[in-house]
Design a protein around this ligand. Structure first.
Ligand code: GLU
Length: 506
């Protein structure tokens, strides 16, 4: 019987969500939407040692910024809650007992020193079928002794009892059948009495089962845990409803070999986090895509293609197209190089495609934060439209278009030397007169009148136009001059020319 698609993103709140985690969340979301399924956000916070305050809020905010919608979760609610593992202790306790009762797990009292000794005495020690008979556990101690120790409050763990010599098969939708022999696995700890909490493995399997998860889509770093997970499903007798596994390819460094790390980002100047993050302990800030000026749609598109392709060379795809085209068959097994320059390229493409009014909405708050106010949305939109071709990140729009909002206070030295010849102040005075006489400042009209004047006077076209630009923009850059002067109030243009005449010294 076909099961309803139910997927989960299950981050541990141990710090800011890494961009690889964001990609995992995105693939889960896309797959859920494609199949009319449910997307669960489960907070896996059973490792109290590694808990970081603020991390859960960060995860929520990042997913929201990117438009990765959650159907069931801590905030959203749902019929399978609680969605935070630290609130499910009773459930795990009950399930640990099930495994103890059916003999698939056992209690172990070994102290850290005992384990250390075993490691010293037994070469390549691992806690498994070959060594468990020599250790202090419920398989070697008399039952009364086990009970006595528990009653006395001795610390213990519960370990899975792995039978050796069996081939364990993990069916993975990207990797096919992955078979490993159970003899290489150790009797992993499932529960610790010290904090009355399960380990990741137990909690993860119990919750996937109870939450009726159909597909476990997660990073490749979890593949080594998958055989143990398969054995846990067996131990509980849940093999019929075991989810389909999907292990996504690793994100690799942009240059060189190995896993993408925060250091790569610091070195090459790109973020590896979706949002800025301030470490609550050290105060250190790690930069995020949002604050760097990326559009969420661009980040989504960029991430979607890290490990998947649509089967042709289409690159720019919005979320609806991604949902339509996505398939695990076109996911790669091998790692995906994190080509951050491609991310910048995507952002440029999405800036270009965005209506100018929406660009204005993005940059007006930035202008305001710099104390620049009083410009209409329409004005800002037109300015943004003129400079977006040269912009990659949102902030570039402001940098490229700064002169639309603030008059230059200095003039590029090189351009002054090259263009502001001795007779330029006089010519610019004349230009002011010409501009004053133009009624219709629309680009084509003003251009014709000014160029006719230049030609009539026999002036050097390039020199005069560049001096004009220098006065208005502050340097010889920017969009078409008469587009600029069409948008700017004429008095402002004239004031700027006047200021240039008064202040430029050669
Ligand atoms: N809590 C694990 C993590 O932090 C979940 C791994 C999984 O999806 O099974 O990624």
């Amino acid at each position: 019987m076909e099961r309803k698609v139910r997927v989960r993103f299950a981050p541990s709140p141990t710090g800011p969500l890494h961009i690889g985690g964001v990609r995992t969340a995105l693939y889960n979301y896309i797959f859920a939407r494609q199949n009319g399924g449910d997307m669960i956000l489960r907070i896996e916070d059973t490792d109290s040692q590694r808990f970081v305050p603020g991390a859960e809020e960060y995860i929520n905010e990042a997913l929201q910024w990117l438009g990765i919608g959650i159907d069931e979760g801590v905030k959203e609610g749902g019929n399978y809650g609680p969605y935070k593992q630290s609130e499910r202790r009773d459930i795990y306790r009950e399930h640990v007992k099930m495994l103890l009762d059916n003999g698939k797990a056992y209690i172990a009292f070994d102290t850290p020193e005992e384990l250390e000794n075993a490691r010293k005495e037994i070469p390549n020690f691992q806690y498994d079928s070959s060594t468990r008979g020599k250790m202090t556990n419920s398989l070697t101690l008399p039952a009364e002794e086990v009970e006595r120790r528990i009653a006395a409050g001795d610390k213990y763990v519960v370990r899975i009892k792995i039978e050796p010599g069996r081939d364990v098969t993990v069916n993975d939708l990207i990797r096919g059948k992955v078979v490993i022999n159970s003899s290489i696995l150790d009797d992993k700890v499932l529960y610790k009495s010290a904090d009355d909490l399960p380990t990741y493995h137990l909690a993860n399997i119990v919750d996937d089962h109870l939450m009726e998860v159909s597909h476990v889509i997660r990073g490749e770093e979890w593949l080594p845990s998958a055989p143990l997970h398969v054995l846990l499903y067996e131990a509980f007798g849940w093999t019929d409803t075991m989810p389909q596994f999907v292990h996504l390819p690793l994100l690799l460094k942009p240059v060189g070999n190995g896993k993408l790390s925060k250091r790569d980002g610091d070195k090459l100047g790109f973020p590896v986090f979706p949002l800025d993050w301030k470490d609550p302990k050290t105060g250190e800030i790690s930069s995020g895509y949002r604050e760097k000026g990326y559009l969420p749609e661009a980040v989504v598109n960029f991430l979607a293609l890290l490990g998947w392709n649509p089967g042709d060379d289409t690159e720019v795809m919005n979320i609806d197209e991604l949902i339509r085209k996505f398939s695990f068959e076109h996911c790669s097994k091998s790692g995906a190089k994190f080509d951050y320059k491609k991310g910048i390229w995507f952002n440029h493409e999405y800036l270009m495609a965005k209506p100018d009014e929406e660009l204005a909405d993005l940059i007006m708050p930035l202008l305001e934060s710099r104390g620049i106010t009083g410009f209409s949305r329409e004005y800002v939109a037109k300015a943004a439209g003129m400079v977006k071709g040269r912009s990659n990140l949102i902030g570039d729009l402001l940098e490229q278009g700064d002169f639309f909002f603030t008059a230059p206070t200095e003039y590029a030295e090189k351009d002054v030397r090259k263009r502001w010849s001795e007779d330029m102040p006089r010519i610019m005075e004349e230009l002011i007169g010409v501009l004053e006489g133009i009624e219709d400042m629309s680009s084509a009209n003003a251009e014709k009148i000014v160029l006719d004047w230049i030609a009539g006077k026999g002036y050097h076209l390039g020199n005069v136009m560049n001096a004009f630009r220098l006065a208005v923009v502050g340097s010889c850059r920017g969009p078409h001059m008469f587009d600029i002067t069409e948008l700017m109030p004429k008095e402002e243009v004239i004031n700027r020319i006047r200021r240039a005449i008064d202040t430029i010294n050669r």
